[in-house]
Design a binder for this molecule. Sequence first.
Ligand code: RP5
Length: 165
Amino acid sequence: MCKVAIIMGSTSDLPVMEEAMKVLKELGVEYKATVVSAHRTPDRLSEFAKRAVKDGFKVIIAGAGGAAHLPGMTASYTPLPVIGVPIKSSNSIDGWDSVLSILQMPSGVPVATVALDGARNAGILAAQIIATSDSVLLDRIVSFKSALKSKVEDSTSIVENHKTK
Ligand code: RP5
């Protein structure tokens, strides 16, 4: 059963949201992805969000651009944690509209908002949430973080030995 649902407002969001899929695959976490538009398919949104627990999901990643109401409205329907990905879309004013729409939720209805186009972090955060009750996945996350650390440590000599022209 897929524990992570990835929803996005439009197929045009896919190039950004694919980064969440890639990292979840890297970490061995199965996901189910689909398009749900808050404004254009509101019934589909409420149906999806209301049955998400029954469908076995543990966390939802929702990405949208412009007047991005998908993550917040999803969070209003479900007790599951929702991670919001603001997207710099074709109808966006530099992405700020999307960032603020997703970030500025009213008290009581949180959406864990990642950076603009930050779908990779959304995938990592979703995996970390699942890993709180999955020790095998937790070990994978520890290795993943350790690889990040090694990459930085291995790169320090580039700066330390750099000679300006
Ligand atoms: C939002 O409007 C979608 O999430 C997308 O980011 C943006 C543009 O959608 P399309 O016009 O490309 O379908 O609702």
